[in-house]
Design a protein around this ligand. Sequence first.
Ligand SMILES: *[C@@H]1O[C@H](CO)[C@@H](O)[C@H](O)[C@H]1NC(C)=O
Ligand SMILES: *[C@@H]1O[C@H](CO)[C@@H](O)[C@H](O)[C@H]1NC(C)=O
Ligand SMILES: *[C@@H]1O[C@H](CO)[C@@H](O)[C@H](O)[C@H]1NC(C)=O
Ligand SMILES: *[C@@H]1O[C@H](CO)[C@@H](O)[C@H](O)[C@H]1NC(C)=O
Ligand SMILES: *[C@@H]1O[C@H](CO)[C@@H](O)[C@H](O)[C@H]1NC(C)=O
Ligand SMILES: *[C@@H]1O[C@H](CO)[C@@H](O)[C@H](O)[C@H]1NC(C)=O
Ligand SMILES: *[C@@H]1O[C@H](CO)[C@@H](O)[C@H](O)[C@H]1NC(C)=O
Ligand SMILES: *[C@@H]1O[C@H](CO)[C@@H](O)[C@H](O)[C@H]1NC(C)=O
Ligand SMILES: *[C@@H]1O[C@H](CO)[C@@H](O)[C@H](O)[C@H]1NC(C)=O
Length: 894
Amino acid sequence: MHSLVSLVSILGIVTSIYATYVDPQVLDACPGYKVTQVSSEGATLTANLALAGKACNVFGPDIEELSLQVTYETTTRIHVKITDPSEARYEVPESIVPRPKPDPSVSVHDAEIRFNYTTSPFTFSISRVSSSEVLFSTASHPIIFEPQYLRVKTNLPDNANIYGLGEHTDSFRLPTFNTTRTLWSRDAYGVPTGSNLYGNHPIYFEHRTTGTHGVFLLNSNGMDIKINDTAGTSLEYNVIGGVLDFYFLAGSETDPLEVTRQYAEIVGTPAEVPYWSFGLHQCRFGYENYIDVAGVISNYSAAQIPLETMWTDIDYMYKRRIFTVDPQYFPLPRMREIVDYLHSHNQKYVLMTDPAVAYLPGEGYGPFDRGSQMDVWMKAANGSDSLGAVWPGVTVFPDWFNPKTQGYWDNEFAMFYDPDTSIDIDGAWIDMNEPSSFCNYPCTDPFEQAREQDLPPARDTPPPDPNAPIFGEASPSQRSLGLRKRVDHAGDNLQDPPYHIQNDAGSGALSDRTAYVDAKSSNGLVMYDTHNLYGTMMSTATHNAMLARRPSERTLVITRSTFAGAGSRVGKWLGDNFSQWDHYRASIAGILGMAGVYHIPMVGADICGYAENTTETLCARWAMLGGFYPFMRNHNADTSISQEFYRWPTVAQAARNVLDIRYRLMDYLYTAFHQAHLDGTPVLNALWYKYPQDPSTFAIDLQFFFGDSILVSPVTEENATSVSAYFPKDTFYDFLTLMPLQGRGETVMIDNVNFTSIPVHIRGGAVLPLREKGAMTTTQLRSTDFEIVVAPDSQGEASGSLYADDGVSITQNRTTAVNFSYKHGTLTAQGNFGYPLQVNIARVRFLGVSHAPHSVKIDGRPVKTGSFTFNESTGVLDVNVGTPFDSAFTVQYS
Ligand SMILES: *[C@@H]1O[C@H](CO)[C@@H](O)[C@H](O)[C@H]1NC(C)=O
Ligand SMILES: *[C@@H]1O[C@H](CO)[C@@H](O)[C@H](O)[C@H]1NC(C)=O
Ligand SMILES: *[C@@H]1O[C@H](CO)[C@@H](O)[C@H](O)[C@H]1NC(C)=O
Ligand SMILES: *[C@@H]1O[C@H](CO)[C@@H](O)[C@H](O)[C@H]1NC(C)=O
Ligand SMILES: *[C@@H]1O[C@H](CO)[C@@H](O)[C@H](O)[C@H]1NC(C)=O
Ligand SMILES: *[C@@H]1O[C@H](CO)[C@@H](O)[C@H](O)[C@H]1NC(C)=O
Ligand SMILES: *[C@@H]1O[C@H](CO)[C@@H](O)[C@H](O)[C@H]1NC(C)=O
Ligand SMILES: *[C@@H]1O[C@H](CO)[C@@H](O)[C@H](O)[C@H]1NC(C)=O
Ligand SMILES: *[C@@H]1O[C@H](CO)[C@@H](O)[C@H](O)[C@H]1NC(C)=O
């Protein structure tokens, strides 16, 4: 299938030979371009480029003339755009990724990075001004620009530390040998490594001990990004459309967090989510009926495991049609009863909605009829509805670019999720939005394929008693999404472009198991260009539809497919993993990528694993690791054994233990989300983010920081009760015993980690606002007193903060923001207390105290002996406070 482009290409013969691989020497022998005219004005340089020799026509005719525009947009960001001036080429619409506005006051001389170029051949480099270090350079790798093939290649340092280029299940630090990262959304069951998955993030960070920088290619077309180390290490973009639209980010020489914040300036900072969404979520595919769903809720409660939110997968639907309930298995009145029960117990409910709408002309299926009436479906090349085969059988796909689609979606959400007459969901879950189709390429007869694949599948259990007792009781805005330019694909082969990206869906054809690449939106754009945006556009439409239901409240929308910027509206789960130890381990790199690089911090993997059968010990370990996913959800596949945490005593205890820790840390996590929302500071941190000078940390992805200061070091091997964890040269404290541990820049074996515990350490230098204890719901938690833990660093200092508000409103009239600082035995808490916490500070706990204090003072007044206790063996000084947490205070010991 995939053959090698041979030397015929060099001879300039345009062949019909397709390839995924071309000898790098062939590409490097292409003529590239030369600068013919250049001008600069202020912080912008523009130039014309002309083909510098005989066309090489590797994957189509080389475009003769290009235009280059380079803008110093801020002191830390350079925008480099190379386009074809003669032809209208597709660009990612501003409506999907609004371009950041350049700072007009920036001058080239203020910039921390510099664009430099050679004229003939045209090559360019980006270097760090302070050190002249080259960060990106196309020298000796000519740019190739053809209708359906773009190539840019940069040299990298040997063993470069590259992170990003997701979505993937590869290591967090990408291998520098023989690596291909393919960006083309697909329904990637089993989330295999080395493969294209659900979402696309063409951003990478490169870390060196001399600094960390970032490179973002704003392009939504299919692409392979190759990293290899033959003839030096290099990174090469092979893109099948669009334009070269690069943003280079200076990052910083000392603080890796700077580059994450600079990336947020382009794609937006993460959305704030409701406080309750940090509680525990329970879901599965395969709850057979409403009695099952109610039973899970009751059994969590009976097991004293805090369940915040119950979820239901497509099981609830009638014949798997969105916006319906099965009247026999999930009758509306009983579903309303379940939702009422949850709400009256301060719990929540979430349902799945898929994008594909069952194609049922003349059958009275409202969601299809209303959409057809409004004409909001993607269109096939001949203008008919573009069809696929998904869960309900033959389907159409909403065209999110159509200006009427948001209204359609708002209306369907308003009707089906109406609190008064239907199902009053608290959050939305959107799946299958790559978009996924089960139709195998060429999908010439989706009706036949739907029949062959038994879509929708019949239920295999008898319907429940409609009057069964449950809960142990007797029963009772539109924006125009248009593009300025007309995109011209005349002459292009959309189905089978000359360069084959390494798509792992089905046969590898771009249209396989998804909407056809020639399917068209109302604005004329085709899926060939916009496929990778589909899930993000559905995310935005769903976020907006949820806002339309409750205009003043934050939304929780969890999606499967994402593109750069999705996190500013939605969260994401890591898709259909397996109940396997390597999937448990890989989830850490997965959450670090989403939260630490792509700015989608509301992220988690399916705890205990989705497909296949979990085991008691895997589920116990995973419950505890999942306690440190920002989005904590247990989810399971329809043919797997049940895995709710209450199913095994060990797992139940593991879950109770970690949920106690998680809930005590919830305000710390909420504060981290607020900070992320303000400026893009990541909610999770790889170890090297905090220890950028320590090369031992660069590849670590089995430990991570939850927030700024909580080091999580889970056991990572089956049956093991120990873990070798790396502790950088720094002071740490065990989260439970509060005993200090001096890190020496070495791996430490932590032994006797039984199946109900997980090693968690506080990084010295932190003041943590903890709740005194966990709770069964976040509502209850919010009325639980605080305790402040002071964990000094090796200098004897610490700091921290607390942000609090009502937890749901988009616009907050009253907020509380407290800063804590600790030095020389004195903790000071100051700030604004606008939002009334209505709880007390129960106590302050000082860690690492070397000897018993003579005196302790609160707000300068000595406290009675008996109001404080000192534990000599742990070095913990506890001071009882017991006053309302509504104003500044100091606690001091000497
Ligand atoms: C820019 O490139 C030219 C030609 O390669 C080189 O001589 C010059 O030193 C470079 N300038 C900077 C600031 O890197
Ligand atoms: C490179 O990776 C591909 C795909 O994973 C594999 O088939 C090939 O053998 C690898 N090549 C080398 C030289 O390791
Ligand atoms: C990396 O280089 C090796 C050796 O030249 C080659 O076999 C392999 O195909 C290359 N991998 C990629 C992804 O280009
Ligand atoms: C709930 O617990 C009861 C009692 O142990 C058990 O019979 C039932 O199967 C459980 N149901 C679910 C859905 O977990
Ligand atoms: C339009 O094309 C589809 C295949 O994409 C085909 O099934 C359908 O019959 C065509 N409709 C018309 C009116 O030609
Ligand atoms: C999971 O367990 C069930 C029940 O024991 C069994 O029927 C099924 O085959 C198992 N699945 C796998 C993938 O082993
Ligand atoms: C873990 O222990 C179980 C039960 O003894 C055993 O079946 C399994 O093979 C062990 N796994 C490993 C990786 O040793
Ligand atoms: C597991 O370890 C924790 C922490 O060391 C300890 O508190 C707990 O008692 C142990 N549980 C069992 C069942 O041994
Ligand atoms: C904020 O104040 C406005 C105007 O007084 C009021 O309508 C709104 O409900 C308040 N919001 C919150 C979250 O208290």
